[in-house]
Write a protein that binds this ligand. Structure first.
Ligand SMILES: [Fe+2]
Length: 285
């Protein structure tokens, strides 16, 4: 596999946002103060039209990373080669700093649930996922990032913690990590583990990106990862702890529902900057 970057030479992009259709016009008119954009890969796997038009214009001014939801790296169906071919073509078009997807499965027997479902934390699942990551990285010719998903159920078969499962996979598969700080908070609350144990338990050199997002509280107090609210204070606190542990890691805010004007998200992104910059200055001193 071509080695485009050592995992401990991770590029640092600064503070970014998820690129959303609602903001296309504002971005190309104002060229706002976001350092980079994360694009949803599946939205641009098309032959032409408005999304690609804006993508190319915005790419001229900003670094980009690609984030997908359809890889189903933990799934039971074979890896979809057609999907990988389209993913690779998009990567050739926009030259992203990296490509990410989720450590999950999304369906079976060709049916996509459009949910990011958690895996059992077992040796069997580790071996299954590691072999599939090798296929994907071999096809793409680069390391991928995998993101921790939020979860609402656990499996009785699980024999280790989520962070041990995640760490074993990224080390054995030689891939990288996208840590979603809100997902850690949501899962910690739902399952009763300590989010700091999670942060302490993953290999720092593998962490290339952070996600920040809001969530909602459902029936029975379960937290649901909805991406339709601002980031809450305890997640900001956890973010500060993550910056202290992992250092210079590119950070972005995800918003997928109740999408506000771009200015509001830029203000929220400034909050990330205000939290991270003094810690990073201290770490760099
Ligand atoms: Fe995320």
């Amino acid at each position: 596999m071509p080695d485009i970057q050592s995992h401990n030479e991770r590029p640092y992009l600064g503070f970014g946002l998820g690129l959303r259709t609602e903001h296309y016009e504002t971005i190309v008119n104002d060229w706002p103060k976001a350092d980079w954009f994360e694009v949803l890969s599946e939205n641009y796997m098309v032959g032409g039209g408005k999304p690609l038009h804006y993508l190319d214009r915005i790419r001229e001014r900003y670094p980009m990373v690609m984030h997908g939801v359809s890889l189903s790296i933990g799934g039971g169906d074979p890896i979809d080669r057609e999907y990988l071919t389209q993913l690779k073509a998009l990567a050739e078009r926009i030259q992203p700093a990296w490509i990410s997807d989720h450590l999950c499965w999304t369906g079976l027997h060709g049916k996509n649930t459009h949910d990011l479902l958690p895996l059992p934390y077992t040796e069997e699942a580790i071996a299954h996922v590691v072999a599939r990551i090798a296929q994907v990285q071999g096809f793409l010719g680069r390391r991928i990032l995998l993101e921790n998903v939020s979860s609402y159920v656990t499996y009785t078969q699980s024999s280790i913690s989520e962070w041990e499962f995640l760490s074993e996979i990224v080390e054995r598969a030689d891939c990288l990590l996208l840590l979603d700080i809100n997902n850690i908070y949501v899962s910690a609350r739902n399952h009763g583990f300590d989010a700091l144990d999670y942060l302490r338990g993953v290999p720092a050199a593998r962490v290339c990106q952070f996600h920040l997002a809001g969530h909602t509280t459902g029936d029975g107090g379960i937290l649901i990862d909805t991406h339709d609210h601002p980031v809450i204070d305890p997640v900001w606190t956890l973010y500060a702890q993550a910056v202290r542990r992992f250092g210079f890691v590119s950070t972005m805010i995800e918003r997928d529902g109740n999408i506000p004007p771009l200015a509001e998200l830029l203000t929220e992104l400034d909050c990330a900057r205000r939290i991270a910059k003094p810690i990073l200055a201290e770490l760099a001193a």
